[in-house]
Each structure stands twice: as C-alpha cells, then as structure tokens.
Design a protein around this ligand. Structure first.
Ligand code: GUN
Length: 291
C-alpha cells in the first residue's frame, strides 16, 4: 500500500485564491469610498536572523499577492523593550493595521511573553496572546495559531472525518501541540497528547487514526509508530546538517503504511502563511464590520 501524498501547496493555493477574490470584491464594492481601508498586516522583525528574514519576506509577499497592505518594521538587534512596546502601541491604534505579527524568536534581552501580551488580542493574528489562547481552550471564537489552523484546514479540505476518531498529537508546544489538540477536541476527536516523556510512545501513536507529529526531531516517526491506514500530518520543519529541510516523519517508511501523509516540504508549511492571511482577513472583518 502507498499513501496519498497530501499537497499542502495545492490546497493552500486554492484557499489563497479564495482570499484574493474576497479582497478583490472588497476593493470593487468600496472603490468610490474615500474612507476605504484594505486589510493590512504589520510584520516586525528585530535583528537580522537569516531564517527569520526569509519567513518575514514570505509573509509580506503573500500579503501583497492577495491585495493586503503590508507594513514591515525591521528593527536593530539592540532595540530596547521600551522601543518595541512603543511601536506595538502605535500599531495597536493604527486603523490601517488589522494584524500585528512580531517574528520570533526575539533577541535574548527582550521579553517575548511581554511582547506577545502587548499586541491587542483583536490584532493578534499569530493567536499567541493569552486572551486568544484562553478563548480557544474554552471553545470560543478567537484568533488561532496559524500552523494548527493549517493542519485542520488540510483535514477539512480533504473531507477526512474527525469526529469520534482517535487523534494522537506528539509534542506539547504552546505554538503547535497544545492548540492543535484543542482544535481537534473542538471537532469531537478523542485526543491524546503524547510527548518525549510518554511511556511506550510507539504503542500510543499506533492507536491513532490521525497522527499529528510536532516534535522537532527529523525522521522520528517511523512506520512502527503508525497504524495501517492512518492519516499522518507532519508539522516538523527541521533544517539538517546537509541544509535540507526534513519533517518529523520518516516519509519513506510511513508512506507504505499510512493512507495519507503530508510531505515536507510542501505539506503543512505552505498552509501556515495561508492561515496568517486568513486570520488577517478575519481580524479585518471583525474590526471594520464588527462581525
Ligand atoms: N517564528 C517561527 N514561526 C513563527 C510564527 O508562526 N509566528 C511568529 N510570530 N514567529 C514565528
């Protein structure tokens, strides 16, 4: 048996085309209105980490492709907390800005949690603010982190049944593991959160109808962890010594056991920026239309 390879790229393109069309209709409907403000995303980068620069540029490019305004802020490595909080405060009040993203990780002297908390929850398109995290945990409408949202959008777009299924999430990070588990619970899956301290991890994973790997260890999930016919979602983006990007899943062996699997690259990755666009549009509608 060989699994279906889930093309995150194709699904992501389809969703982005839908967002671009929605924005085109907005421009069309409001072109005579001098007060019209299109959706806008502000992206802050502190320092010049090369990997962060690539991510930030991709985010800005994706915004422009769907007709959003993008506002880039490239701050010096030695920016102070006060300067960064001042900028966030300005952006919180800027009516052209509907989403604010501060690229992580930040230089060591800056307090990441304080920065996340300073972004108004209504513009928190990363879904990292404790208010949004709290709303997600009680199943209320909120802005949800982009990678977990991308995993769910992949499953939904392929019409993979979730309710009643055994879903095992491996990894318990605040950015992926915890929110993706909460989203799957919201879809009525039976969710198990596993991690590096889980006893007999292969046996726990082998229970999964849907296995979501967000561990950060290249090739960790081999065929021995996968129930025949399971759906496997690989969230890992690991840059290896040969400079290639590899997922958390050992694709070559898992593809022989699973019924569907996401590749790396080209699986969850493209969905993450697409969900950032979706979150920005959601924030825009809520701010401008109150809906
Ligand atoms: N660094 C790596 N991934 C992300 C992300 O999704 N959001 C932000 N703000 N920083 C990141």
């Amino acid at each position: 048996m060989s699994a279906v390879i889930i093309s995150g790229k194709a699904i992501s393109d389809e969703i982005r085309n839908g967002i671009a069309e929605e924005v085109r209709l907005l421009y069309e409907a409001r072109r005579r209105d001098p007060a019209f403000v299109p959706p806008g995303l502000a992206v802050i980068q502190v320092g010049a980490d090369p990997a962060s620069s690539i991510y930030v540029n991709n985010k800005k490019k994706a915004c422009e492709q769907v007709g959003f305004m993008s506002f880039g802020y490239s701050l010096e490595e030695d920016t102070t907390m006060e300067e960064l909080l001042d900028l966030i405060d300005t952006l919180n009040r800027d009516p052209r800005v509907h989403g604010i993203l501060c690229q992580l990780p930040l230089p060591k002297h800056l307090d990441e949690f304080a920065v996340i908390c300073a972004i108004t929850p209504e513009k928190d398109v990363d879904g990292f603010h404790p208010v949004n995290k709290g709303l997600l945990s009680i199943g209320r409408e909120c802005l949800v982190s982009c990678t977990p949202l991308g995993c769910l959008a992949l499953l939904k777009s392929l019409q993979i049944p979730i309710a009643g299924k055994q879903c095992v999430v491996v990894g318990r990070s605040n950015i992926v593991g915890k929110p993706v588990a909460q989203l799957m619970l919201g879809e009525n899956a039976t969710v198990t959160m596993a991690h590096s301290r889980t006893t007999d991890l292969p046996a726990v994973c082998k229970n999964a109808d849907i296995l979501i790997a967000a561990i950060g260890k290249p090739g960790f999930i081999t065929a021995d962890y996968v129930k025949p016919g399971a759906i496997v979602i690989d969230v890992g983006i690991n840059r290896c010594e040969d400079n290639k990007i590899r997922g958390d899943v050992d694709f070559a062996s898992v593809v022989e056991v699973a019924s569907a699997v996401t590749p790396v690259p080209g699986g969850v990755g493209p969905m993450t920026i697409t969900m950032l666009l979706k979150n920005t549009l959601t924030a825009y509608k809520k701010i401008t239309e109150g809906s």
